[in-house]
Design a protein around this ligand. Sequence first.
Ligand code: KIV
Ligand code: NA
Length: 269
Amino acid sequence: MRRLTVPAIRGRKADGATRDPLVMLTAYTARQAQLLDEHCDILLVGDSLGQVIYGLPSTLQVTLDMMIAHGAAVVRGSYHSLVVVDMPFGTYEGGPAKAFESASRIMAETGCAAVKLEGGEAMAETIAFLSQRGIPVMAHVGLTPQAVNSLGGYGARGRSQQEHDKIIADGKAVQDAGAFAVVAEGVIEPIAVALTGSLEIPVIGIGASARCDGQVLVTEDMLGMFERVPRFVKRYEDLAGVISKAAGTYAAEVRAREFPTADQTYQPK
Ligand code: KIV
Ligand code: NA
């Protein structure tokens, strides 16, 4: 099976993503990518890895080198899904040339097919610059976690008319600039529905609406690795419980000298 391409993903909207929504999950490691690949259309190497993998307080401390190391691992671990790598804070906002330098490193050093960056109208020029030079861009509007200090928190966006109009304008701006898809995060449902209905590019929701052209979640959130998750997360498993139980059993067996047994022990021939 050939890897899905950017035009194929973009084309899914015209082909009726309403009937066949795009499935996207985050992946940060090769093995995780292997397990998710056959179920997904897009694997996102999200800068959420700052909190999820590195225990950082926000995504603002994530570096280009971290994104490149994990991006390369996810590309190595997958062959079907389109791999999109997040551009970390501080590596693209300075202007189109700076963004191209960062994005071209991500593309060349990971083998991914596209980058994602946060922002709407303010990033339009940069999105146009990259996408006209061989770097497909997925945009990200609404709740943009890299702007947490400006937004004042991770609450849902779009409850005031001003915020509502801004998010709609951001979606239009990134489409016109050449983004091939856009993530709409943490927006009230009417905005997600309006964006999905008015844009020609796929709108991938997270904390948005089931009527978006696709959905994305942070895999560890959906697997139940964390106690505290945003309200928009559905937990499909309790991996934290599974891991804790296994570690507890192992610890008890080590302390009781019940592990290793003959099965796990080498003897002379
Ligand atoms: O970093 C991330 O995981 C993301 C998704 C939640 C959209 O940007
Ligand atoms: Na992100």
